[in-house]
Write a protein that binds this ligand. Structure first.
Ligand SMILES: CC(C)(COP(=O)(O)OP(=O)(O)OC[C@H]1O[C@@H](n2cnc3c(N)ncnc32)[C@H](O)[C@@H]1OP(=O)(O)O)[C@@H](O)C(=O)NCCC(=O)NCCS
Length: 160
């Protein structure tokens, strides 16, 4: 909960909200989102696992990686990094750790993720994680109230 203000400060930036598509848009929604994330962790097999990214040595929240189990063994990842920290490799470093964990310990056999077609940074991160482009999800994302196409990326245990 201590991270709520930093989280919302980030989520309210139009460029972030536009690309992430799922961020809360008030401080009370942010707190509800964080409370839900914490309570999910207390379950034996959480459906949604939200990992905080903390800057080494500073105990400062700089972003999150979400792993949502769509089915047993099939997870969907999403990520966002505080805008002050973009371009330093943090999304790639943190998401790589979650992907490794999901295959090695989380019993995943397939991971997937998607982002809208103009989200160049996210597309690049997916590729750096070794995800392959699998197709286009037409009209999947609502970006600034407009339906847009998403690119679906996937990685299987055989691709590790
Ligand atoms: C997408 C996001 C998580 C990337 O975080 P990050 O920590 O900056 O990512 P990294 O530094 O690990 O890698 C970013 C890569 O994208 C590239 N990139 C950034 N902006 C780019 C652009 N406009 N065009 C092309 N490539 C771009 C960077 O050069 C880097 O690639 P490189 O290592 O080959 O140089 C961050 O931009 C973000 O939080 N965006 C808003 C939320 C969002 O879009 N989430 C994804 C929804 S699934």
């Amino acid at each position: 909960m201590a991270d709520a203000a930093a989280f919302f400060d980030h989520a309210r930036i139009p460029e972030v909200a536009k690309n992430a598509g799922f961020l809360p848009n008030s401080i009370s929604e942010t707190k509800a989102y964080l409370r839900r994330s914490v309570s999910e962790w207390r379950q034996r097999r959480p459906e949604r696992m939200t990992f905080s990214i903390i800057l080494k040595g500073q105990r400062r929240w700089i972003g999150s990686i979400e792993l949502r189990w769509l089915n047993p063994g099939i997870g969907e990842i999403g990520f966002f990094i505080h805008h002050n920290q973009w371009g330093k490799g943090f999304a790639t470093e943190a998401a790589s750790a979650v992907v490794r964990w999901a295959f090695a310990k989380g019993k995943a056999h397939r991971l997937q993720g998607s982002c809208w077609t103009k989200n160049a940074a996210s597309i690049r991160v997916m590729k750096k994680l070794g995800f392959r482009k699998e197709g286009i999800l037409r009209g999947y994302a609502k970006v600034v109230k407009q339906l847009q196409d998403d690119i679906l990326f996937g990685k299987t245990i055989a691709d590790r």
